[in-house]
Write a protein that binds this ligand. Structure first.
Ligand code: HEM
Length: 328
């Protein structure tokens, strides 16, 4: 009985395979014969484990540099997952509120993981070792993470990424190229007095400007905010969707930056001595979200919420370190 059943299945399957290959003008027999020589899928091949494990190359003999490299890579892989969701939103043919919500919630979950795992810096990265090996990394900096910039560009209209001091100078008629030159991170890595860009920024621009401008064009009318504005009015008013968007905004622009800032303070200050950053920004002014005020979806907040941007509970956690830093 059982044998007959599976035999029927095999006949059915062969018929389906025959039609499948016929559609492409292919001979099913040849393909089936090929299976005789094919290998089973193996975990290590599929995951590309051997290659993955060759991608960590410390530049110094300090053991904890491995932790530093691996955690940056983990972060980049999560950024990749976020971009994967945002890309699917961009190309979705008939976007419903439910799909929109699902994808934004996935991004929130990924960022949530990154925020809670940042403690690895205090657990796994000895400060003394860090202060030694970081010197060998100059002028490289997480500032040069192109995926971080990609996530920003895919999330909101470019105007919202323009430095807060210059935002008023631009309007709907401004070109992508004009706005791009004024992005907050470019200002952060430019000497305000001389107007000179840091080497870290110049190298990043050479490598990525064309790619990022191209991306800005692609997401101009398909970023998270513009897609939200095109949902039905009911979906736009849906509190679950609004909350998910606010969460995304706060995760990317407050919670992650504050966690990152907390550990930058923790590792770049020792015995009241302040160490300069490898990327050369004035990082104590550049990193805190309440100074940058990058807000992806400003229309979702009250005036008060906008004014208090970046001053939530997470900041309390870093406040003692900030005070310690001020005494330097
Ligand atoms: C000991 C740990 C860390 C320290 C001391 C640190 C320090 C800094 C500093 C000072 C900056 C400002 C740019 C500069 O002048 O270099 C920066 C930027 C940045 N770092 Fe880190 N960082 C640490 C860990 C990480 C990790 C694990 C990531 C994960 C990828 C990361 C990603 C970034 C990003 C994306 C920026 C740009 C932020 C922005 O433009 O708003 N950092 N980091």
């Amino acid at each position: 009985m059982h044998g007959n059943h599976s035999e029927n299945n095999i006949h059915e399957l062969i018929e389906k395979l025959t039609t499948h290959y016929q559609k492409d003008g292919q001979d099913v027999n040849t393909h089936l014969e090929g299976l005789l020589n094919s290998n089973y899928v193996k975990y290590w091949d599929y995951i590309r484990l051997d290659s993955l494990l060759t991608l960590q190359n410390p530049k110094t003999p300090y053991a904890d540099e491995m932790v530093f490299i691996v955690y940056h890579q983990i972060t980049e892989l999560y950024f990749k997952l976020v971009m994967h969701e945002l890309q699917q939103l961009k190309t979705a043919e008939s976007l419903t509120g439910a799909i929109f919500l699902k994808r934004v919630e996935r991004c929130n979950w990924y960022f949530g993981q990154l925020i809670s795992s940042f403690d690895i810096i205090s657990v796994g990265l000895d400060q003394d070792q860090f202060l030694k090996f970081r010197v060998a990394l100059t002028p490289a900096s997480g500032f040069q993470s192109v995926q971080y910039r990609m996530v920003e560009i895919a999330s909101t209209d470019l105007i919202n990424l323009v430095h807060t001091d210059s935002r008023d100078k631009y309007d709907d008629y401004s070109t992508i190229e004009e706005l791009f030159e004024e992005l907050y991170w470019k200002k952060g890595a430019t000497d305000t007095k001389t107007g000179e860009k840091t080497l870290t920024l110049r190298q990043f621009e050479t490598e990525y400007t064309a790619k990022l401008i191209q991306l800005a064009y692609e997401y101009k009318s398909r970023n998270v905010w513009s897609l939200y504005r095109r949902l039905s009015l009911d979906d736009q008013a849906n509190s679950a969707i609004q909350e998910a968007l606010k969460q995304l905004d706060q995760h990317i622009n407050i919670n992650w930056p504050l966690m990152h800032y907390k550990y930058a303070l923790g590792h770049l200050i020792k015995n009241k001595q302040l160490y300069s950053a490898t990327g050369g920004t004035n990082w104590r002014e550049y990193l805190p979200p309440r100074f940058q005020k990058v807000i992806f979806f400003p229309s979702l907040y009250t005036k008060e919420e906008l004014e208090n941007w970046g001053k939530n509970w997470v900041e309390k956690e870093v406040i003692s370190k900030i005070q310690a830093a001020k005494q330097v």
